[in-house]
Design a protein around this ligand. Structure first.
Ligand code: COA
Length: 274
């Protein structure tokens, strides 16, 4: 991963498990997961899904990992979609299983108690756009492009795209993107509310690391409860009730007592994640 900026200082890197189709590293608590099939524009085949599934399990289980960046290898694509070459032999009765498999992995990303941010460094098409949308938020490089071109293949998204895209950008824009298969630029994606920040390609990882470093300085249990509450967003009373419950649970944590005490004592809080 020679393109990763180090700011001139070599940061200590920790080892993770190794994966066939992913590059992974941990620096200052941030695990960078790079989908690594650059000659196929990082298309998601079965092996990538198996590796991503295992890597996200590692994110849940490894206490060294505090937050995650998902990005793509090379400077052309984040992920150019599901691997279309696997579709030719797929029977109608097998297709729902493939979609379900993808949805389980993307759900695990969305429900991760640790922040997961997509650093979209090029094409995020089809399953790539769905993967970015499953992350908690998205930073993008100026050359990034987003789209759901499945209709060009006689398909629709199967990894949650029709649902998450509609939730994030609204019904009418989702309808247009999904029915036309058109791509939008990073700037348009930001106007749509899909992307939080657009930066020059060479700054993408450092800017994403910067926001995660800030988030990592906050109370980890509170951050995980923010993720849970936002994921449970609901127009009915249920979302508000869920928030009340999670608010109450914060008062059971040592971090809440430490955070409040630190404020009153005019010092920096020392959160333990408990
Ligand atoms: N599945 C499998 N292979 C893919 C792929 C995908 N989704 N997207 C790109 N690739 C492969 C190409 O087949 C090509 O492989 P080859 O060199 O062995 O022929 C390689 O990646 C490079 O792609 P190429 O199409 O030559 O690059 P490009 O710059 O001309 O075009 C895209 C880039 C993204 C516009 C184009 O690759 C594309 O439209 N990809 C498919 C996007 C899509 O429909 N995704 C949704 C799938 S459900």
């Amino acid at each position: 991963m020679g393109y990763r900026p180090t700011g001139g200082i070599e940061k200590p890197k920790k080892k993770t498990m190794s994966y066939q189709t992913l590059l992974t590293s941990i620096e200052t608590g941030i695990c960078i997961i790079t989908i690594n099939r650059p000659d196929k524009l990082n298309a998601l085949n079965i092996q990538v899904f198996n590796d991503l599934d295992a890597a996200i399990d590692e994110v849940y289980d490894n206490p060294e990992i505090k937050s995650v960046i998902i990005t793509g290898s090379g400077n052309k694509a984040f992920v150019a979609g599901a691997d279309i070459s696997e579709f030719m032999e797929l029977k109608p009765e097998e297709a729902p299983k493939l979609a379900k498999r993808g949805q389980i992995v993307f759900d695990k990303i969305e429900k991760s108690p640790k922040p997961i941010v997509a650093a979209v460094n090029g094409f995020a098409l089809g399953g790539g756009c769905e993967l970015a949308l499953a992350c908690h938020f998205i930073y993008a490089s100026e050359n990034a492009k987003f789209g759901q071109p499945e209709v060009n293949l006689g398909l629709i998204p199967g990894y949650g795209g029709t649902q998450r895209l509609t939730q994030v950008i609204g019904r009418n824009r989702a309808m247009e993107l999904l029915m036309s298969g058109n791509m939008i630029t990073a700037k348009e994606a930001m106007e749509y509310g899909m992307v939080n920040k657009v930066v020059p390609a060479e700054e993408l990882l450092s800017k994403t690391q910067e926001i995660l470093t800030l988030i990592q300085s906050k109370a980890p249990v509170a951050v995980s409860k923010v993720i849970e509450c936002v994921n449970n967003f609901d127009h009915t009373q249920q979302g508000y009730e869920f928030e009340i419950q999670k608010f109450g649970e914060c008062f059971e944590t040592e971090d809440m007592k430490e955070g409040a005490a630190a404020f009153l004592e005019k010092r920096k809080a020392n959160f333990k994640g408990r």
